[in-house]
Design a binder for this molecule. Structure first.
Ligand code: ZN
Length: 691
């Protein structure tokens, strides 16, 4: 089974739904910024490291910290996010006050934000901005009209490999990326979509928790329709959910969608009519601006077949009601406040457990980041990521790559030919630190002061057209898929490239003011995690040029699978709830990357010492600082609905279990005197060593 990993932190399906409320980021409030070094006050030394390393490193912090009411989870990433958000907020508000020349990026940033913040004007406009879309839906008289409107909703809002986002509420989602058979060209990838809830399991799972969420979803759909003065809202809500349930039945599971060997299916344009009859594909593609491409990659073929059949079989009126609801839902953040509040009540509170909506300015920052991300990022990088920090991070990356190369040399199970390929791939790995070398421009994007809804629509369309335009251009390996102000990191497997945005290069992940041991334990493990993705069960499928071509011998793969099976078992054993365990298989790729990342970061740390002794800090040796810093970088707590959502839809294990990665490293046992009988103790044979 081949799994899709890629990022360091989750991009939750539900977080993506929330993004429809206020695009991108999730971040909040004012918390004290951690001072350089370890947070020793946040530890709980009454807990034995070998019994629960997460609580040993974070116990006092966990006891003393409440999840803010506008959040579904809180922790290290969220705190860095808050700081970054506040800084980005200041930059955006500064741009708004600067009265920059018309047409400049600064002016666009300012006008976008200011228009979003003018809730009085948005309330006064009512549903007027949406009217054109609602009229086009009312005007649907036959299946050809339906295909045209469905095609007009297609956006580049999914990503099967890099940011791994499998959710779109439109019927299908587009991802433009390097073709996996021909990495010198971009291809259009089509992914399943159409659901209003994060995953098929929300529609089909028989548990009472899911049944209750379904009931609340139906109430939510009816409430949104009523707020938009749509007559017969209750009956329409019932038929919309029935349609979505049929879509869910056609959908692939999250686990199957994550399997690249199942996803790389090339269909010619004519294939669609025979392999997925129902939808008028020519009309659909023409409306989507995709009249030209002769070939597509269809990621979940049977789902596309099923969805297309529903376009022909379900009543036209049901489709019109469905499109009406989603037109309102997808733009709720830019429509009157009552719609935004209702959306939050379901997407924020029911699906994620957050009782309170974030302040409007924070949503304004997120929305502006979503629309003009790299223009904002350029300001952010110039202000907050000085060249000296970039140089320190680059030196760490170089050390990590060298340490990874040594690990490959010393592997006793890997065939020499495979090692040679792995080293070739390592040699051409393209590592981006902080921000891209060339900045994407926004010259074709029109931002109109006072038109929040229109700006959002134009920004999304601008981004979509920019993606379509890439289909005609040569592949650019220096492209970034994350903005510099994103607190995350990513591996782009077909590009053989990594992005480490400036915003993750901050405490507690990275801090030029503290000993290197702590940086290697935190951001070093993240860098190692991302590098290892190039060589894991999925990375093994892409060669140095990015072609989907397995370069491992069967014997290598067998060893790898045996280690993988051990790791699946380890994570299946974690049970956050009596009725729900961590999914070892679904999270396998990420767990392998965590184990490999931590191991290689530890080696790189040893290399960085060059034989000199490490400074002792507050009684902790360098090695102890390394592991405590690692566990503190995973500190966090999550509300129950969000945690359940994450376990069901995310490729990453919940943060607490990621901290337990330490169990697989021999050095940790020695440094913390971990003994048989302690809860985290693993016999040497059960410790997983992949790399
Ligand atoms: Zn990852």
């Amino acid at each position: 089974m081949i799994r899709l990993p890629r990022t360091t932190f989750p991009s939750l399906a539900a977080a993506i739904i929330l993004a429809a409320l206020a695009p991108a980021a999730t971040l909040v409030a004012q918390t004290a910024h951690p001072s350089p070094g370890l947070d020793t006050a946040g530890m709980d030394r009454s807990v034995k490291p070998g019994d629960n390393f997460f609580y040993y490193a974070n116990g006092t912090w966990l006891k003393q910290t409440d999840i803010p009411p506008d959040r579904s989870s809180y922790g290290a990433g969220a705190m860095v996010g808050e700081l970054t958000d506040r800084r980005v907020g200041e930059l955006i508000q500064g741009a708004a006050k600067a009265n920059a020349p018309a047409g400049s990026d600064s002016r666009k940033i300012g006008d976008y934000y200011t228009s979003f913040m003018d809730s009085t004007a948005i309330d006064a406009a009512g549903l007027k901005p949406l009217q054109r879309t609602l009229d086009s839906i009312s005007a649907i008289h036959d299946r050809k009209d339906l295909a045209r409107v469905l095609g007009s909703t297609l956006r580049d809002d999914v990503d099967a490999l890099n940011n791994t986002n499998f959710y779109t509420e439109h019927l299908l989602g587009l991802w433009v990326a390097q073709d996996l058979d021909d990495p010198t060209h971009y291809s259009p990838f089509l992914l399943q979509g159409g659901l209003g809830m994060p995953d098929r399991s929300y529609y089909l799972d028989s548990s009472s928790a899911m049944a209750s969420i379904r009931g609340k979803y139906q109430e939510h759909v009816a409430a949104m329709l009523k707020l938009a003065d749509v007559p017969g809202a209750d009956a329409k809500a019932a038929s919309i959910i029935q349609l979505e349930t049929r879509m869910a039945q056609a959908h692939w599971s999250r686990e199957a969608s994550g399997d690249v060997s199942k996803g790389n299916n090339h269909w010619s344009r004519v294939d669609f009519g025979t392999k997925a009859p129902g939808l008028d594909w020519e009309t659909y593609f023409a409306a989507a601006g995709l009249a030209k491409p002769a070939r597509f990659v269809v990621w979940q073929p049977s789902a596309v077949t099923g969805l297309s059949a529903l376009v022909a079989s379900e009543p036209l009126d049901t489709w019109k009601d469905y499109l009406t609801f989603h037109a309102i839902q997808s733009r709720a953040a830019f429509l009157p406040m009552a719609l935004g509040r209702q959306s939050f009540a379901f997407l924020g509170t029911v699906l994620n457990g957050a009782p309170k909506q974030r302040d409007r300015w924070k949503r304004g920052v997120s929305a502006t980041n979503g629309a003009l991300g790299f223009a904002v990022g350029k300001l952010y990088a110039a202000r907050y990521f000085p060249p000296a920090e970039k140089a320190r991070a680059q030196a760490m990356v170089a050390n990590l790559i060298a340490a990874f190369g040594e690990r490959i040399d010393h592997l006793d199970w890997m065939a020499p030919a495979t090692k040679k390929e792995a080293k070739a791939k390592l040699a051409v790995l393209k590592v981006g630190v902080g921000y891209p070398a060339t900045w994407p421009g926004y010259s074709g994007l029109e931002v109109v002061a006072g038109d929040a809804y229109g700006n959002a629509e134009r920004a999304q369309l601008f981004q979509y057209r920019a993606s379509l335009a890439r289909l005609d251009r040569p592949v650019d390996r220096s492209e970034w898929v994350m903005t510099p102000q994103t607190v995350n990191a990513v591996n782009l497997p077909a590009m053989n490239a990594l992005n480490f945005p400036a915003a993750i290069l901050q405490p507690p992940y990275f801090d030029p003011k503290r000993p290197l041991a702590m940086d290697y334990g935190a951001i070093g493990a993240v860098i190692g995690h991302e590098i290892s993705h190039s060589f894991d069960n999925q990375g093994a499928l892409f060669d140095a040029t990015g072609r989907l071509h397995d370069w491992w011998t069967p014997a290598d793969f067998k060893h790898f699978e045996a280690s993988s099976a051990q790791l699946v078992k380890q994570y299946d054993g974690y049970k956050p709830f009596p009725d729900l365990a961590v999914k070892g298989q679904q999270t396998l790729g990420e767990n392998i990357a965590d184990v490999a990342g931590l191991a290689v970061a530890y080696d790189a740390y040893q290399r960085s010492l060059r034989g000199k002794p490490a400074p002792v800090v507050e009684g902790f040796s360098g090695g102890q600082q390394f592991f405590i810093s690692f566990a503190q970088s995973w500190r966090g707590k999550t509300r129950e609905p969000a945690l359940r959502n994450r376990i069901l839809t995310d490729g990453h294990a919940p943060t607490e279990y990621r901290a337990y990665t330490v169990r697989n490293l021999d050095a940790w046992y020695r440094l913390f005197d971990v003994k048989p009988g302690q809860a985290l103790y693993l016999a040497p044979a059960d410790r997983v060593r992949v790399w």
